[in-house]
Every structure is written in structure tokens, then in C-alpha cells.
Design a protein around this ligand. Structure first.
Ligand code: SF4
Length: 378
């Protein structure tokens, strides 16, 4: 049984403009020692999902969370707020996107780690302080015994993010959720923080969820990938499958809109055309259809009238699209000749990457060689 099981999760917000279906029937698992990367554009429901897992939505009133979130078989959706508060910090922890907002400016870094540790452990202040110094050292803060008494504004952006990670790890959580942990950081520090998360995961054996819009980050650290669109799963599978043989046009668009350094490129990157849909008025049928170029290849009006279900396209690889598996393979082979050639063992272009993490964007992810122009062109 997976450590975290999410089943048919719905998160809805009642607003003056209508009901916002931020998460609409999401299901996934995360095992111990595995890292799941959740990717998608802003508004796809990634962060709302992580806040639901952490029990940080104010239930009742205008917010409704339904479905199941089982952490070690214990359902968090039906658990009392006190029980979820007990588990938050001790069994599950979160690294927030903006450490400057997440850290309290009035208290020292050390005081904040000490408080987080003592909430869940009956230890003296001295012992908790020793723990804080130890953790700051382990996440790479120089002179931790001195810097423990610094205030957040005295830390650089990278150091603040490390301090957040130290705080999140203070109680050895079994589930660690990192919500855009590197967005505010420059590329060098970003790489250091990702390495740190990978190292600490190996040391602590936690299950990790990385939420990001950056497929380069996913390629760097994730074992499994879940692509979200309009609050639903568009595609899910191992990182290897999703990077090598993506089946959903939205995934093709994400991959095609990223730079890669292993293939010569003379034209501009092509963004996915259009914008993410309103979650109050989600398009009928497949929510991606207003931005997709492939409904004619499906035929009829299925794309505009019928919501595609997740279908197995390989072991543990599932895609929510009406295109047949043969069509998906055929189109992807045209969009990514280098990747397809690398997979079939034929040389495509010098240096073409065979592994998802080998090519690079933001230094890292493998994207289609040619353009995903067809996603953009209509
Ligand atoms: Fe495009 Fe249709 Fe597939 Fe949706 S179901 S991604 S609209 S081809």
C-alpha cells in the first residue's frame, strides 16, 4: 500500500462569480522513497492539491474538500482538524514557495525551528536549539551555531530556502511536499537546493512531492510525473515514460515550450497557444480542446462533448486523451524525431539525449527536438 493515496479528490471554492472547481477528481499514489513531480501551468490545481493534503484549506463555509487523502491508511479529509494539525509537521511537512513570506520576520531563524520542533516533541529549549543548529548545518548553512540567531532578512534567498527545508525536516516527516521550492532562486542556487532535497530524501527515506511548472526541475528529481490541467490529471507515469513517450497534447506543448541544449535550434520556442481555462466555466468535453490542434484526428465531436478518461498506454503510464495510442505515438514521433531515434537506437543528432534528465533545460529536461509547432498552429 502506498504511503500517500489520493482518491477522487475534489476541492471547490464558492465565489461571487460561481463555483471554482480547483481540483476535480484527482487520484494518485506516492510511495516511500519516491519523488512525484506534479507539473502544470498556473491555475491547474497543483498548489491547491498540496494545501488539501496538508489540511490547510479552511473547510466549511466557502471551501469544500471531498474524496480521500490517505496518509499511511489514515484519511485526512474526514479526520478532525486537531488530528491533522498533529500530523502536520510531524508526519508531513511542506516547503513553501516564498520563504520570505513563510518565515516570520520578527523571530530568529533558530527560534522558528525550535518552536516547530517543540510543538511535536517534548524536549527542552536547549535540546531543540541543538537540533536547529544541527539541521541548519545539514542543509548547508555556514557557521550554523552563529547564524541560528539571525533574522530572516539577514539570510540570502537561497539560505532562507535552506532554513525552510531545515524547519520542514525538523521532525523527520515521512511525506515532504515542496511547492515551487526553487522558483524564487537563481539557477545555481536552484541546482543546489534540488540536490539538497534529493540527498535529504535519501537520508530520511521520505516520500516527496515536488510541485512545479518547470519540467527541468521534474527531470532532475522526480521518479514519477503527474501532469495536471484544469484540476484534472492529463497524463501520469514514470518520468522516463512521460519524457520519452508523452501521449497528451498538453504534455507535448509543455515539452515543446522548453529550451534544450542538446539540439541545435534556429527558431523561437513556441508557447502553448491560448490560456488556461476558467475553473468556473471549464470547457465541455476535454478541457484542453480550445487549445488543442488534434480534435480533427480524433474525429466527430468527442473532444468537445466527452471528457476523456485516463487510459493505460503502458505499465503505470496513463493518458486522458481521445487520440488512439497509435495516433499518440505517430504524432509524438513527428514532434520529437531525436527522442524517437534515440529510443529506437538510431543516431538522430549528435548529442541527442536518451535519458530524460540528460538533456536540458533550465539545464535539464529532455524536450522534443523539433517544435511542437502543431500544438500551436491552427
Ligand atoms: Fe486534444 Fe481531444 Fe486529446 Fe483533448 S481529447 S487533448 S482535445 S485530442
Amino acid at each position: 500500500m502506498a504511503m500517500l493515496e489520493v482518491r477522487d479528490l475534489h476541492v471547490q471554492f464558492r465565489t461571487d462569480d460561481g463555483l471554482v472547481k480547483a481540483v476535480d477528481g484527482l487520484s494518485f499514489d506516492v510511495d516511500r522513497g519516491r519523488t512525484l513531480g506534479i507539473v502544470g501551468e498556473s491555475g491547474s490545481g497543483k498548489s491547491v492539491t498540496s494545501l488539501a493534503i496538508m489540511g490547510l484549506h479552511r473547510q466549511g463555509g466557502d471551501t469544500e474538500v471531498t474524496g480521500q487523502i490517505k496518509l499511511d491508511s489514515e484519511d485526512l479529509v474526514s479526520a478532525s482538524p486537531d488530528r491533522v494539525r498533529q500530523l502536520r509537521g510531524s508526519k508531513m511537512a511542506m516547503i513553501f514557495q516564498d520563504p520570505l513570506s513563510a518565515l516570520h520576520p520578527y523571530y530568529t531563524i533558530g527560534a522558528q525551528i525550535v518552536e516547530a520542533y517543540r510543538v511535536h516533541n517534548k524536549v527542552s529549549k536547549q535540546e531543540a536549539r541543538r537540533r536547529a543548529v544541527d539541521l541548519l548545518g545539514r542543509v548547508g548553512i555556514p557557521q550554523p551555531a552563529v547564524r541560528v540567531d539571525d533574522y530572516p532578512h539577514q539570510f540570502s534567498g537561497g539560505m532562507r530556502q535552506r532554513a525552510m527545508i531545515a524547519m520542514a525536516l525538523s521532525c523527520d516527516p515521512e511525506l515532504l511536499i515542496a511547492d515551487e521550492p526553487t522558483t524564487a532562486l537563481d539557477v545555481t542556487v536552484q541546482a543546489q537546493i534540488l540536490d539538497l532535497i534529493v540527498d535529504l530524501q535519501a537520508e530520511f527515506g521520505s516520500a516527496v512531492i515536488i510541485i512545479t511548472h518547470d519540467l527541468g526541475v521534474v527531470a532532475e528529481v522526480a521518479d514519477d510525473v503527474l501532469v495536471m490541467y484544469a484540476g484534472r490529471v492529463a497524463e501520469t507515469g514514470s518520468a522516463n515514460d512521460v519524457f520519452r513517450q508523452p501521449g497528451h497534447p498538453y504534455a507535448w506543448g509543455l515539452l515543446g515550450s522548453m529550451p534544450r541544449i542538446d539540439v541545435a535550434r534556429l527558431d523561437r520556442l513556441r508557447p502553448i497557444r491560448g490560456t488556461p481555462p476558467s475553473l468556473i466555466n471549464v470547457p465541455s468535453g476535454c478541457p484542453f480542446h480550445p487549445r488543442c490542434s488534434y480534435p480533427p484526428q480524433v474525429g466527430g465531436d468527442r473532444c468537445t462533448t466527452e471528457i476523456p478518461v485516463l487510459r493505460e498506454t503502458g505499465p503505470e503510464h496513463r493518458v486522458a486523451c481521445h487520440l488512439t495510442l497509435g495516433k499518440q505515438r505517430e504524432i509524438w514521433a513527428q514532434l520529437a524525431p531525436a527522442s524517437a531515434a534515440a529510443e529506437s537506437g538510431t543516431a538522430a543528432e549528435p548529442g541527442a539525449a536518451a535519458e530524460p534528465g540528460a538533456a536540458a533545460v533550465s539545464g535539464r529536461a529532455a524536450a522534443p527536438a523539433a517544435d511542437v509547432t502543431e500544438v500551436d498552429a491552427t
